[in-house]
Design a protein around this ligand. Sequence first.
Ligand code: NAD
Length: 482
Amino acid sequence: MLIGGEWVPSESGAWRDVVTPARAEQVLARVPEGTKADLDRAVDAATAALPAWRALHFRERGTILLRIADALEQRAEDFAQLTAQDTGNALRTQARPESATLVALFRYFGGVAGEFKGTVLPAGDDQLQYTRLEPLGVVGAILPWNSPLMIAAMKLPAALAAGNTLVVKPAEDAPLTILLLAQVMSEHLPAGVLNVVTGVGETVGQAISEHPGIHKVSFTGSSEVGRIVGATAGGRLAHQSLELGGKSPNIVCPSAAAPDVIEATAEGVLLAMRFSRQGQSCTAGSRLFLHEDVHDEFLRVLVEKVSKLKVGDPLAEETDMGAIINRSQYEQVLDYIEDGKSQPGVRVALDMSRDVPEGLEGYYQGPTILAGVANDWRIAREEIFGPVLVVIPWKDEDEVVAMANDSHYGLAAFVWSRDLDQALGLAHRIESGWVQVNQGGGQVVGQSYGGYKASGIGREFSIEGAIEGFTQTKQINVKLGR
Ligand code: NAD
């Protein structure tokens, strides 16, 4: 673990094995089993480093972030290879793009470090009334396992650009890329500005939520744990942002299934469902609403494409879909599939859940598509977080908007229509923090990102989000002259 610029074990002396999901039971590494005392030390280090870091000129903080971006870029392939082993995400389709996003976000926040700036009110010649956007202090970042580097990149450079210091807790299932990131970052940062404590959520994560020296908790993970973190951090009135789960609608209108565009739409829906990340994405468009006029034909084209995805070793170049993160997640996904298949009227359009290539001993599972689903079934309401797409037919716009919004989640949405009025009409009516029109994977560095409803509170990703998420405003009113 990295505490105060030193690589240290846990004070308990305990270690935890990190197993690669690509080769079940194969131990990749071991990391310290962090404790509350370790977390306390990390907070002390981050607190000690804060005054000098926040006092740096923004150009210096920005330059450091840009240097880190260059260093990360030089090691981009190392990050991708380690991501594939640590998370099970396939190298070509997921791990390399994630490594590239990491670099892009450090570069972006290095570039905009001067934008954390206040305003001046024209209050008269004898008045100077201005605001300063000051850092919150020590930020505690709690990360999930599904795309650790990308989520870290949404938090760390933004928090640092704004002048905060950090204590980071990686997910217990995938901590290795975060430790490598810390290694590269620490070569460019003053000691204590970044600290990483490995360990389990109930110990280190809980301690982050509770610690009075942590001024903001920036959490990404499940809505279930997000509620606990939110209640604990909220109980002591700490700042917080919660990026949580989703069950995002993916709405196909008839015009998007016309013969000249049906292939492209199906490709886009495949991407939106994040099949190539084994569906382990909070923004997966996992509820597919198909208009009844094009339902059967679109489903046929989609199934044909999805069934060709190659499930395999995440490190192999030809692999489209890697492995599910761990045994319990793997079994839970199978339970959802069985539950869906037992519902009256369900149609199994594709079930490759047990149909994986020979010789692979990880938690591999092919894609599943269940049609004829009702929006109130468990498989349509709960986040499966696996490669399972449910298909629900619709007839008119009011009906599909009502079904799309009848969810406690509201993270992302996808609308497919060649009629822009229709597409934007739907986009504006959907209760989600991020709607994509006619594309499945168009995340852009600097865009707004965050959830409605139980998908989260707060924004961090864009410059506006970073200002909202990592600064606090101080108003200063000065009487000038005599
Ligand atoms: P999780 O909620 O189980 O764990 C997330 C993190 O919280 C881990 O580091 C874990 O150790 C920690 N944690 C667990 N219990 C804790 C506690 N009591 N107090 C504090 N921290 C605790 O989530 P996961 O299984 O790692 O990730 C999958 C979930 O994350 C999915 O629901 C997914 O939708 C969500 N997710 C959301 C986003 C987003 O941006 N909205 C992005 C990625 C993943």
